[in-house]
Design a binder for this molecule. Structure first.
Ligand code: AP5
Length: 214
C-alpha cells in the first residue's frame, strides 16, 4: 500500500499518517521530520533546510526528491509506506512518479485531508511537538497526559518555530500556490480520495480506513 498524504499545513496529515503506519505496519516517511532531525543534528542538509523552513518556504526540490527516492528504496518500505509532506510541488510529484515507474510501481492512494484555512491557524497555535521523538500533541484536541511533557519519551514539548502565527500564514500561501495543484495531479492519476479533516481525530481515521479497506 503506497500512500501520499495531501493537505494544508496543520490539516492533520502527520497525525493520520502515524495512525495509518501503525495499523498497516508500513513506515511513516515525513520529509518535515527528516529535515527537523537534520537540523537538530547540525548536518549540512539541516543547515540548508532551516533557512527555508524558518521563513515558511519550501526546501528546494533538488534537496528533497533524492532523499525520498532513496528512503522508499529501503528494505522496510518494500510493502508500502505512507508519505507525509512529500510530494509538495508538481516537480516533486513527477520525480516520484518517474522513480516508481522505473520500479514498476505507483502510488495507490493520495489522501487529501481537507481543512479550511480558518481552522488551521487555531490548530497550529495549539500544536506542541517533541524534539526528541517527533510525537505531536494539541493543547486542546490531543493533550499530553502531563502538560508540556511527551507521553512517549518524557522530553519537554515545544511550539515549533514555524508554527508561530506570522509564519503559518506564509505556509498557507505557499500551500495554495505550490501544493494544492497536486490535488488535480493525483485526481488525473485516478487515485485521489478526500476526507473531511475538520472532524475529530478518530472520525478522520475512520474515513481513511474505510477508503483503504473498500
Ligand atoms: P511539515 O513538517 O511537513 O509541515 P506541514 O506540511 O506544514 O505539516 P504539519 O506537520 O505542520 O501539519 P500536519 O498536517 O502534519 O498536521 P498535524 O497532524 O501535526 O514541513 C515543515 C516544513 O518543512 C515545510 O514548511 C517546508 O519548509 C519543509 N518541507 C517539508 N517537506 C517538504 C517538501 N516535500 N518539499 C519542500 N519543503 C518541505 O496536526 C496539526 C495539529 O492539529 C496538531 O496539534 C494535532 O494534534 C491537531 N490535529 C490534527 N488532527 C486534528 C483533528 N482532526 N481535530 C483537532 N485537532 C487535530
Amino acid at each position: 500500500m503506497r500512500i501520499v498524504m495531501l493537505g494544508a499545513p496543520g490539516a492533520g496529515k502527520g497525525t493520520q499518517a502515524k495512525k495509518i503506519a501503525a495499523k498497516y505496519q508500513i513506515p511513516h516517511i515525513s520529509t518535515g521530520d527528516i529535515f527537523r532531525a537534520n537540523i537538530k543534528n547540525g548536518t549540512e542538509l539541516g543547515k540548508k533546510a532551516k533557512t527555508y523552513m524558518d521563513q515558511g518556504l519550501l526546501v528546494p526540490d533538488e534537496l528533497t526528491c533524492d532523499l525520498v527516492v532513496d528512503r522508499i528504496g529501503q528494505p522496510d518500505a518494500v510493502n508500502g509506506y505512507v508519505l507525509d509532506g512529500f510530494p509538495r510541488t508538481i516537480p516533486q510529484a513527477e520525480c516520484l512518479t518517474q522513480a516508481l515507474a522505473k520500479l514498476g510501481s505507483k502510488i495507490d492512494y493520495a489522501i487529501d485531508v481537507d481543512v479550511p484555512d480558518e481552522n488551521i491557524v487555531n490548530r497550529m497555535g495549539g500544536r506542541r511537538a517533541c524534539v526528541k521523538c517527533g510525537a505531536t500533541y494539541h493543547v486542546v484536541y490531543a493533550a499530553p497526559k502531563q502538560e508540556g511533557i511527551c507521553d512517549t519519551c518524557g522530553e519537554k514539548l515545544i511550539l515549533r518555530d514555524d508554527d508561530k502565527p506570522e509564519t503559518v500564514q506564509k505556509r498557507l500561501d505557499v500551500y495554495h500556490a505550490q501544493t494544492q495543484p497536486l490535488i488535480d495531479y493525483y485526481s488525473g492519476q485516478g487515485v485521489l480520495k478526500s476526507v473531511d479533516g475538520t472532524k475529530g481525530l478518530e472520525e478522520v481515521f475512520d474515513q481513511i480506513t474505510a477508503i483503504l479497506e473498500a
